[in-house]
Design a protein around this ligand. Sequence first.
Ligand SMILES: Cc1ncc(COP(=O)(O)O)c(C=O)c1O
Length: 418
Amino acid sequence: MNSKKEYQFGTKVIHCAQSPKDWQGATLPPIYQTASHAHPTAEHLSDTFAGKTKDHIYMRLSNPTNRILEEKLTELEGGMGAIVMSSGMAAISNTCMALLRAGDEFVSGNSLFMSTYLLFTKVFSKYGITANIVESTDMDAIEKVVNEKTRFIYLETIGNPKMDIPDLTRATEIAHTYEIPLLVDNTMATPYLCRPFELGADVVIHSTTKYLSGHGATTGGAVIDSGNFAWSQKRFPDFQPFIERKGALALLDKIWREHHINFGTTQAPIHSYLTMIGLDTLALRMERHMSNAMAVARYLAKRPEVKWVNYPGLEGHASHHTALKQFADKGFGGMLTFGLADQKSCAQFINHLKLLYHLANLGDCKTLVIHPYSSQYVAFDEPTRKSLSITPDMIRLSVGIEDIEDICEDLGQALERI
Ligand SMILES: Cc1ncc(COP(=O)(O)O)c(C=O)c1O
């Protein structure tokens, strides 16, 4: 790619970090399926361990195929560097742990993917870390709980499955007033729809398992650093050695050195390869996911069996205006939830579907359906389900890229039979 020219997103996603001249003319990245890399001299291996070369040592530490994906994601999000990991949860847990020490606190929106919620509330509490969880879109509530122990603010661009959209510009202002970073899980929006760094956020996290890879073929995660946050500020004295080593990329160095390589959260190169093949069509897929999701939302809103539809593209949605502002009219995401008038018929509805898949994932080309209350959240107590807006009548739909008529027909025939 001509590095001087700023291409449109759909072009960039295909051509960025491509280097056929280094790949014997191949236009797809090579899969370096090797545990270790040989070094020409003892001095070279020593220099590489000391961080004086960018060469590779051992797959748990780094891998050339993974590095190509890291370069692509850095460019697509407009950041300074990235680390890919074995799953979205690996990226979330390593990033948060690199930032947190026993006794620290952080603020998080309550609109969180289930495992993130469990990590924040059940796992971190074992190590003396407090997650102050408040309404994701209530910026006053977020500001109110920031205190001298707070190390960061954490939000999802579009909450899964609550479908609410926090104002990231305002969240950034709050974070930076208190000299703390804003971390954003951008899985549901992808950089096609939202680039949180342009709104001021400092760190972006992805589950690449979802829209970025897009075919339900891989698991993976990534953390991308904007390189803009000043880690030399007074709340982060423990960052000093990492600043000395890597300057603006101190956080990535800390994540990598303290957590990623020691916890062994390596991405297998085949997963990076599959993610890169998927990435090529991200722009096209997102357009179709989103136009289909809008059509499904309108279709469901007219059905007598459906009590409510929760999609930010609908004008009455509480986050509609934030979405219009933040996503620059490109769309509203590919997922929605809806409630059945007869909440006891959720299982029956799912069992009657003929085309759509019933499974626990999202962001696949195929339309996916799940009843969160009786699946992912089956072991949650009722007050927690309520606080996370997981109601017994709620169905979650990750709308795929099939022909819209077929998606609606399948939904319609299943609704008719309940
Ligand atoms: C918004 C969001 N973040 C993170 C994750 C975790 O990703 P992974 O399953 O790749 O660990 C998920 C998974 O569904 C998710 O929806």
